[in-house]
Unconditional design. Structure first.
Length: 138
């Protein structure tokens, strides 16, 4: 099994709230740096990252998405990958693309393709690329 793990470099809390609203994500686990059983730093560095997300696990439908604030560097790059999200209908595809595009960018509006009755692409406000697809019935 392969599970995506996204590092939001200090914006995990914001991303988690966004995905809860946009996709109905449920937080299964969340650990902050201050709660680590092994110290993750000391002094000013630890004070700066204490409330940041060391690790979180989200449930989105049947999928697991993990995330972290990583090194809290402030800039995330997600080039070269897309998360593919199966939905049951064209209406749901349009709803999801609209929700994910808030402060993001629709790359391809939901449309019928040779491989799907409804497919769309969007980059969310964190720079994560999504492909939203209604699987073709065989």
């Amino acid at each position: 099994m392969i599970q995506p793990y996204l590092c939001f470099e200090g914006r995990s809390e914001e991303a988690i709230e966004f995905y809860k609203k946009a996709l109905g994500a449920q937080v299964e686990m969340l650990m902050r740096f201050k709660d680590s059983p092994v110290p993750c730093g000391s002094g000013e560095h630890m004070t700066a990252i204490a409330e940041k997300v060391m690790h979180a696990t989200l449930r989105i439908g049947d999928a697991t998405l993990m995330c972290s604030d990583g090194g809290c560097a402030g800039t995330s790059t997600f080039g070269g990958i897309s998360l593919s999200f199966d939905v049951p209908s064209e209406a749901k595809a349009k709803e999801v693309v609209a929700a994910l595009s808030e402060d993001g960018q629709v790359k391809m509006p939901v449309t019928k393709t040779f491989f799907s009755p409804a497919f769309g692409m969007v980059t969310d406000k964190f720079g994560v690329s999504w492909m939203v697809i209604v699987p073709q019935k065989m």
